[in-house]
Write a protein that binds this ligand. Sequence first.
Ligand code: KIV
Length: 271
Amino acid sequence: MSVHKEVKRVTTHILQEMKNRGEKIAMLTAYDYSMAKVVDEGGVDIILVGDSASMVMAGHETTLPITLDQMIYHAASVIRGTTRALVIVDLPFGSYQGNSKEALNSAIRIMKESGAHGVKLEGGIEIAESIERIVAAGIPVMGHLGLTPQSIYKFGTYTVRAKEEAEAEKLKTDIKRIEAAGCFSVVLEKIPALLAKEVSESIQIPTIGIGAGQYCNGQVLVVNDMIGLTKGFTPRFLRQYLDLYNQINGAVQSYVKDVKAGGFPNEKEQY
Ligand code: KIV
């Protein structure tokens, strides 16, 4: 008899069934083994190894500096911590915009070297050919529209996107095009809730929102923001479930006090 518990890994097929029956999809980011383990056991359906690692893990101002090698390192650590969630990895800035062959090579490196289950790319019609090529190689692709942080220097700010008619129309065209190219799902970041509703209803594949309101088929947050580890980041869309920055800060202060006072370790804490 096998001693291994049977664990069912979430698949893109299961996510599609969830949309079809109206069940919401829960997604969070993770960047390392320990966080991935606790997030996976908490029951999320998808873990995103986001290029937000560039900001929350490495302290950069934007997502642009993180490299493909660094994403692979984070993704491999996350994979070792999960048994249930589908693990999707961001293709970082500069690893896919050149042409579809470059995009495919980067996606293949992520899949082979980290063991991840799929990749995410930012953009619409301009990357549709790359999506087609990656999907043709058997790699699941998640899209990302609305506020696409790799284009932050083009946008200039992190404010809500597609409020104007022209940008909303482009998003509606883009989402249809990347669905046709083979995306299994698409992240909608910081767009009006009613636009997210309209596009979620206009396509078959699930939409996952961040700052895109309640009508998306699922939600995603950056885990460090959601547990209150990112100090001073309080956008309207963020629900903070813990205040870990202050809790950890308090614990560190207590530890420092104990060490300085000679109160740690005590007799029971030594050999
Ligand atoms: O990099 C990231 O964490 C993301 C999410 C915000 C969707 O792309």
